[in-house]
Design a protein around this ligand. Structure first.
Ligand SMILES: Nc1ncnc2c1ncn2[C@@H]1O[C@H](COP(=O)(O)OP(=O)(O)OP(=O)(O)O)[C@@H](O)[C@H]1O
Length: 304
């Protein structure tokens, strides 16, 4: 579990990127941070592996203050997947995946064998192992990025707009893969996006930000859809409502989650009006996991 307690980040130039942010990120669930550009999402993510240190407040990882953990060790034990995959262009796919294990002292042969296994895990043909990143499609590069993030078998996986740079079809495929993978490996995933549909699709728990790292609402997708906390959230989630796969409809017997084709995708059991405190979010994350998720449900990939 990761816990942010009253975390604030002011950069040396005076920019207040995150303001008094608190959140419980439950283990083995996907928590998605979503908001417009500059709302502080990346800064929050980077506080987990100490690429950024908070100005005040505490980030705890499994009950331990991250400030007490060595940054290098932390970064080598937490998976980090970036937009544009962040691959080293002059290294072959297999070597890119094995980079951190090698830094951690794993023997070359072993690291390579593990990298090949990870290629299977993320759906990459092993024949691509000796290619360079430029010889792969954008979607394949992202898969390599995910494999690299998983290479140290981390409990925590940080994903910063990992699917932002690929076309909608590949993006859809990668999202499905992540959900499938997560069912198997059950990591604690903190995922950043500016795409609310992606957030609702992937997140057990979703946190919607305003500018300045201020939380507008947090809860399960169903709770947020059913009870947007205010006008800001309503307009943020409603901006492309027509396209959204998952929405809530009232029926005489209660609220029902409905997919894009009008099929019932799940039932809403007494969702609270909003869930803006961290403790509630941890619980509600578990509840959300009982609901099939948009798109994934349509493709027979309902979550368990
Ligand atoms: N090193 C830095 N020095 C000064 N300001 C910074 C620094 N890094 C980020 N910021 C500022 O902090 C704010 C939050 O940035 P951050 O990258 O966390 O936002 P974000 O929500 O991830 O945005 P995006 O979706 O565009 O990636 C922005 O105003 C940004 O300009």
């Amino acid at each position: 579990m990761i816990e942010f307690r009253s975390v604030t980040k002011r950069f040396p130039d005076g920019t207040l990127a995150v303001d008094d942010f608190s959140l419980v990120v439950p283990s083995r669930r996907i928590t998605v941070l979503v908001g417009s550009s500059g709302s502080g999402k990346t800064t929050i993510l980077r506080m987990v592996n100490r690429m950024v240190d908070p100005t005040s407040g505490v980030v705890e990882i499994d009950g331990e203050d991250a400030q007490r953990l060595k940054p290098v060790a932390l970064r080598r034990s937490i998976g980090y997947v970036m937009q544009n995959s962040g691959l080293l262009p002059h290294r072959k796919v297999v070597d890119n995946i094995a980079t951190v294990p090698l830094l951690n002292g794993v023997k070359k042969k072993e690291a390579r064998a593990r990298a090949l296994e990870l290629m299977d895990t993320v759906g990459l043909d092993r024949s691509m192992a000796d290619r360079y990143p430029s010889q792969l499609s954008g979607g394949q590069q992202q898969r390599v990025g995910v494999a690299r993030g998983l290479a140290v078998d981390p409990n925590i996986l940080l994903m910063d707009e990992p699917f932002g740079a690929v076309d909608p079809i590949v993006r859809d495929e990668l999202q499905n893969e992540l959900l499938r993978l997560q069912r198997d490996i059950g990591k604690t995933v903190l995922f950043v996006t500016h795409d609310i549909d992606e957030a609702f699709r992937l997140g057990d728990q979703v946190v919607i930000f305003r500018t300045g790292g201020i939380v507008a609402q947090q809860g399960t997708p169903a709770e947020i859809l059913a009870h947007p906390a205010d006008e800001f959230v309503a307009s943020f989630i409603g901006a492309d409502r027509g396209r959204r796969a998952l929405h809530v409809e009232s029926t005489p017997t209660g609220s029902v989650l409905v997919d894009a084709d009008g099929r019932a995708a799940g039932r809403l059991a007494d969702a609270p009006a909003s869930s803006t405190d961290g403790a509630a979010a941890g619980v509600s994350g578990a509840k959300a996991a009982t609901l099939p998720v948009a798109g994934a449900a349509a493709q027979g990939e309902g979550r368990t």
